[in-house]
Structures are given as C-alpha cells and as structure tokens.
Ligand binder design. Structure first.
Ligand SMILES: *Cc1c(COP(=O)(O)O)cnc(C)c1O
Length: 460
C-alpha cells in the first residue's frame, strides 16, 4: 500500500525523548532533499512518537472492567495515513462531516470505532451513518426527530445513539474554542429552563438512546472545568437511568479538548493528569457502569509534528531584522491571525538543518503571503537567520496539517512521516505536495469561460 512508508517495525526506536527525534529528522530532511530550494516547506510527523503518545493515552485511561474506546478527532489531522496508523493501535475516528467520514473509511477504521458529531448533519448524512452502524450523537431536538424517522423506518440500526449535552459550565481562555458556554451553538443547553425534563423524556421515549456526549472546548480549557463538564453529564446519566429504572445509558463520550503546552518539549498537562483528575472528580465514570469514549485531537499529535521551511531572504526594516521564510499563514493560519492564542516555538536551523548557533538577535520570522501580518514570530530572540537557513515551527502535528489556507494560491506542502532505523532516518509520504495542475483544477480552470459566456450576445 502507498502508506506502507509509515508502518513497519518502528517500535524499536530507543531514544524517544520528545523533540529529539524531530531535531534529528530536520537534518535528515534537508540532507535527503525533502526541503530545499525548489521544495521550500514540508510537514514532518514522528511515527514512533505518535505511537508513544497513544500508549500514554491508553495507559492513563486503562481501568479493569471498563471498556474504553479512544478516537482521534479527525479535524486535528485529516490525513488517511495518520488515521491508518492510529487504527492499527485501536484508536478510532471522531468525524464531523461526510469528508471526514470518507477519510476514516479509507483508512480502514472499523464502524464500531467511528463517532459522528456535528452541529449540522443532513438527513443523508444521518441515513448513511445509521446504515454503516457508526455512532451518532444528536446535537438538538430537531436532529433527534430526524433520527426518530430513520430509526422507525428501518428494521434496526446497529448505531449507538446519544445526545450531545452542553453543561453550560463556562468557557476557557480562547472564546472561539469554548463550547460549554451559556450561548454555545453545540448540544442541548442543559441548564436552560425545561431542558433537563426534555432530556429525561427523550430517553424515556427512546429505549435506543444509550449514550451521552460532552465536549467542553479545545485548548485553553482549565482541566477542572473540563472535569466539571464530564461530571455534569455523568450525573445526568445517573438521573436518566434512575428515571427509566434500568441502565439505559451505557456509554459516556467525554469528548477531547486536553490542552497542549506550546512553550517547551515537556508535555503538560498530559493524559495522566487529566485521567487522574477525572478519577477523583467523577469516580462513577470508572465504576464499570459505563463504557467510555474519548475524542482527543491536539493532545494526541501536536508535539509529534513540525513544519520545516527554508529561509528565502533576510532583510531589515526600521532597524528590525526580518527572515522571510516559506512558512506563513498558508500553513500556520491560526498563529498568524491570532498570535496570542496560538504562539509557536520557532527553531533556527542552519543550511544543513542543524541547530543554529551564534548570537541571538531580535527578529521577525515572516511567511510568503502577501499581507503585512504574515508573521509566525514577532520580535523574537533567535540566532541571526540568513538566506538558505531553515526554521522549524514546533508542536504543529495537530491542526496545522489539516487546516491549510489557500491564500495567494500557495501550493499545499508535502507531509512526510519519519522513523529512525539504526542511525538513519527513513521518510514516507503522508500527503504529496499539491501540484500546479491540482491547483488549476480547484481554481476553475475547466470553466475558464464560465463568466464570459454569460455576457449578452455570447454563444451558449
Ligand atoms: C474538536 C473536537 C474534539 C477534539 O478537540 P481537541 O482539542 O483537539 O482534543 C473532540 N470532540 C469534538 C466534538 C470536537 O469538536
């Protein structure tokens, strides 16, 4: 298979120090020509590192007598080889669109490890999900009514079905990423007048509703608040089961949202701390009465990937040194537009991809896009970069490879997985660089006359 480059005997890597493997890979990527004058930017993913993080996740939640299903929130890495690597470790997929579902299926993720969450599922999407037997969390009463019609119309569905709950416990430090606020667009707002009674009725009327789902936010959420959200949903499950008189709610999906630190190679807070907090704040979750589903994204991949880019020019403006690189808003969109919420470490590397020495000077690290704000670091103290050097944007293994911004029609860069075998670094393609032909195709080249042909008097 074409993704075989990612697989194989990769667990034998001895030095798994976080970040160390990536630093070795930067040099190898330059040496092997994956990044160079004609291919000035690429993404890198550390296969053994991802596997080590998955092992951490499993170990943190592993509890005798409790079935735990881990999924990756696909929006964090919409790359088939990543989903394929994870599914070989039993990690499924949380999908939120027909496209993400297609990626999960292409990766071979089994239906019983796929969960569909999204606030705007169409009837067709719901029908497909129920036909495939994948789990669905309904977002709102109107969606539940659509599911009613589909469930009644079919003999039976193998899909586990639940409701997404907004426990309205408050937001974190990034408003746009907080999903459990009073006015969040997601789920059933549990504290609104009459909402809990409606939920109880919904479960009483539908013996096939067996799950509850909560995802309180992504990045910037205090762990205590995340745990409070899970506790609210666990307590709701207990009240539903008491009202129904049997353990109808069998599964609690706790979502993802574990934040990642972007300031060092350490992993903070990490899965262990969160799982331990949940064990003390919501002991019932681990009692064996419930199966657990998780949907982590950023915390599974962020620290295992990086963007490597070439410095094209170095200039000076108003006394400020500026390194013009090929990594800007097209690959680091959030960092460029919301630098305070999404700061990144930028590593200065020399022409060979080795850590750059020398005196640190204040400089801006700019991208290739044609707008003034296209900077991934402002006024940062770094060894003086020169043309032909490289920069690495660290902790970019989640979201950065899946949320490309098509500004200036810059071609999407290639992404490579890597693994160390003996002293060598082996790379495998995860996604090829976008070609000029692909760019033309998605830019309407086949319809070049689409507008001129509509002018009065022009032939049809
Ligand atoms: C985005 C999202 C996740 C993953 O969030 P992370 O912060 O990347 O862990 C999980 N579940 C749902 C419903 C989401 O929208």
């Amino acid at each position: 298979m074409w993704w075989d480059g990612l697989m194989g005997d990769l667990m034998s890597v001895d030095d798994d120090a976080l970040g160390a493997a990536l630093r070795v890979a930067f040099r190898a990527a330059v040496e092997q020509g994956l990044v160079g004058p004609d291919r000035p930017v690429a993404g890198l993913l550390d296969v053994a590192g991802i596997e080590a993080t998955v092992a951490d996740l499993r170990a943190a939640f592993d509890t005798p007598g409790v079935t735990v299903t881990h999924t990756l929130a696909v929006k964090a890495a919409s790359l088939v080889p990543v989903l394929r690597l994870l599914t070989t470790h039993g990690v499924g997929a949380e999908v939120a669109s027909p496209g993400e579902l297609a990626l999960a299926r292409a990766a071979g993720v089994p239906a019983d490890r796929i969960v569909l969450d999204s606030p705007a599922k169409t009837v067709d999407e719901l029908r497909e999900a129920l036909a495939l037997g994948i789990a669905v969390n309904a977002d709102n009463p109107q969606e539940l009514a659509r599911i009613d019609a589909l469930v009644v119309g079919s003999a039976s569905t193998g899909s586990p079905l639940g409701l997404r709950i907004n426990p309205q416990i408050g937001g974190g430090t990034i408003g746009a990423m907080s999903t459990a606020t009073d006015h969040s667009k997601f789920g059933i707002a549990l504290r609104d007048p009459g909402a809990e009674d409606w939920v109880l009725r919904a479960y009483l009327d539908r013996p096939w509703l067996t799950r509850l789902h909560v995802h309180t936010g992504s990045q910037g959420m205090p762990l205590e608040l995340m745990a409070a959200g899970v506790r609210a949903v666990h307590d709701l499950a207990e009240r539903i089961n008491a009202a129904v008189g049997r353990p109808q709610v069998t599964t609690i999906d706790i979502g993802g949202g574990l934040p990642v630190n972007f300031d060092s190679d350490d992993v903070r807070p990490g899965f262990r701390r969160y799982a331990d907090l949940l064990r003390s704040a919501v002991p019932g979750l681990f009692s064996g009465r419930y199966a657990i589903v998780t949907e982590f994204g950023r915390s599974l991949l962020a620290k295992r990937g990086a963007i490597l880019a070439r410095v094209e020019y170095v200039k000076s403006a108003g006394g400020r040194r500026i390194a013009v690189t090929h990594a800007g808003a097209q690959v680091a969109t959030r960092t460029v537009f919301a630098p305070d919420a999404w700061p990144l470490r930028v590593l200065a590397l020399d022409a060979y991809g080795r850590p750059k020495g020398g005196e640190r000077v204040v400089q801006d690290v700019a991208g290739p896009c044609c707008f003034a704000g296209d900077l991934v670091a402002r006024g940062r103290m770094l060894p003086g970069l020169e043309a032909g050097d490289h920069v690495a944007l660290l902790d970019t293994g989640a979201y950065y490879f899946s949320n490309h911004f098509a500004y200036n029609s810059l071609l999407r860069p290639a992404i490579y997985g890597f693994a160390r075998a003996g002293g060598a670094v082996r790379f495998g393609l995860v996604r090829a660089a976008q070609t000029r032909e692909e760019l033309l195709a998605e830019s309407g080249a086949a319809y070049a006359d689409g507008l001129t042909s509509l002018r009065p008097g022009s032939a049809a």
